[in-house]
Design a protein around this ligand. Structure first.
Ligand SMILES: Cc1cc2nc3c(=O)[nH]c(=O)nc-3n(C[C@H](O)[C@H](O)[C@H](O)COP(=O)(O)OP(=O)(O)OC[C@H]3O[C@@H](n4cnc5c(N)ncnc54)[C@H](O)[C@@H]3O)c2cc1C
Length: 412
């Protein structure tokens, strides 16, 4: 793959029209008001038929799983994965949205992350109860792992607990922070540790529960104030003796009561999350470049457009190198998906490390190129910078990407 196909470019144009009609006019309210992004996300899913495709794919996946449980062959049914073409469209959607609102992509992506956890580890009943409404964006989802005392070392340092009571239910306690969609989530994938007597805390079993808004003892905070990404609400969760039955446990627990469970590799989820951020970075870089080229041609100083000065040309050239590299990495990723040769965890980490560092550098240089106007909200580059900055932190910090890459190299 060396370029988007004609069909993909047509889809991109339709996405751009949607953004101009639905997001750009609401930009101020999304960024500086309290407008949650969810109605826009639902409208986008309906406009592009994403909800309908998700529904059909969901039914086929369930059909297949039920057939397997009955011991029948289900070879004709799809496994629910849309393949390389769908991935290319998801990539385009994410890139295009990030040119204006990386927060919308984050809010949307985390609902899908919660759906993905349920769809990969849940029973058929759990998928029907919680999965479908998240896949169609009918409901809002959160995926809660980070705690005030544990971030990069999320599993090791985790303090939230699940304690089995005499009735076979779990009593959940603890708090989570920086949770995307936390203030508005209808469905929460909550990750904690089993309270096991005599087992050293770092070694205790990790458990995943699905929780509903309004459960007794569950408190969802308001929005946390933050640097950027304002169209993605972020909050805290507090659990005080929340009672969760075994039917809420994902990927383990009481098999008799809650059916067949599959184990999934968390590294596959982390790798997908990392590559998702790469397409977001490309959206930021493309938009910065576009704005900077226009500005370099129109802004006159010393009686010449600033684009005629070599120091400005160097900034533009560096931005183009970053755009070209990130795009090629993404095309490589999509091509490998088509050829069924998935990227390794270390490769996904390398892509994320490079592209997010480049996006932050490009956005910072875009502000510089715009001078004082770059610091003003009206010219949009300051928002692109603030939105890009978190990409070096979430989905694994830069330092965690370095660790994953180096570990892979040193294991050879
Ligand atoms: C806007 C936003 C949205 C988020 N959404 C979610 C969400 O939906 N769900 C969720 O669960 N979490 C979410 N997070 C949390 C995010 O995943 C964490 O912030 C991130 O993993 C880093 O953890 P931390 O903030 O605790 O930093 P820490 O882990 O405390 O790290 C502090 C610094 O130390 C470095 N460091 C840590 N360990 C090492 C090491 N071994 N070697 C070298 N350096 C190290 C880090 O790289 C970093 O520079 C979100 C965060 C933000 C900012």
């Amino acid at each position: 793959m060396i370029e988007w196909s004609e069909e993909q470019q047509l889809i991109r144009d339709t996405i751009r029209r949607f953004i101009q009609e639905e997001i750009v006019p609401n930009q101020e309210a999304l960024e500086h008001g309290d407008m949650p992004p969810y109605d826009i996300i639902r409208k986008m899913y309906q406009t592009f038929g994403v909800d309908e495709v998700a529904r059909q794919r969901f039914e086929r996946a369930i059909e297949r799983e039920e057939a397997e449980e009955r011991g029948e062959s289900a070879a004709s049914a799809s496994d629910g994965d849309g393949g390389a073409e769908d991935l290319a469209i998801d990539t385009l959607l994410s890139m295009e949205l990030c040119r204006y609102s990386a927060g919308i992509v984050t809010a949307m992506g985390v609902t899908q992350l919660a759906a993905g956890a349920i769809m990969s580890q849940g029973t058929v009943e759990q998928k029907r109860r919680w999965g479908l409404d998240l896949l169609t964006a009918e409901k809002v989802g959160s995926w809660a792992i980070t705690e005030p005392g544990s971030g990069s070392d999320a599993f090791g340092g985790m303090q939230s607990t699940a304690k089995l009571d005499a009735d076979g239910n779990y009593v959940l306690n603890g708090s989570k922070t920086f949770i995307t969609n936390g203030p508005y989530a209808d469905t929460i994938v909550f990750i904690c540790k089993l309270a096991e007597e005599g087992v050293e805390p770092r070694q205790r079993k990790i458990m995943t529960f699905v929780l509903d808004r309004g459960m007794e003892g569950l408190e969802q905070s308001g929005r946390l104030r933050k640097m950027g990404l304002h169209s993605s609400p972020t909050g805290q969760l507090f659990l005080d003796n929340v009672i969760a039955g075994p039917e809420r446990v994902l990927g383990g627990g009481d098999r008799k009561k809650s059916g067949t469970r599959k184990k999934s590799d968390p590294r596959a989820t982390f790798a997908a999350e990392r590559v998702g951020v790469v397409s977001m970075s490309l959206g930021v870089v493309e938009r910065c470049l576009e704005l900077c080229i226009d500005y370099a041609k129109e802004r006159v100083q010393w009686e010449k457009p600033i684009g005629e000065y070599q120091l400005i040309q160097l900034k533009l050239a560096n931005m183009e190198v970053a755009r070209f590299n990130i795009q090629n990495m993404l095309f490589n990723y999509l091509e490998r998906k088509r050829e069924n040769q998935p990227m390794s965890f270390a490769e996904a980490s390398a892509m994320k490390l490079y592209s997010t560092t480049a996006a932050v550098e490009v956005a910072s240089e875009a502000i510089q190129l715009f001078g004082g106007n770059g610091y003003m909200a009206e010219y949009q580059v300051e928002q692109l910078y603030r939105d890009a900055r978190v990409m070096r932190i979430y989905a694994g910090t830069d330092e965690m990407q370095v660790r994953a890459i180096a570990r892979d190299l040193l294991s050879r």
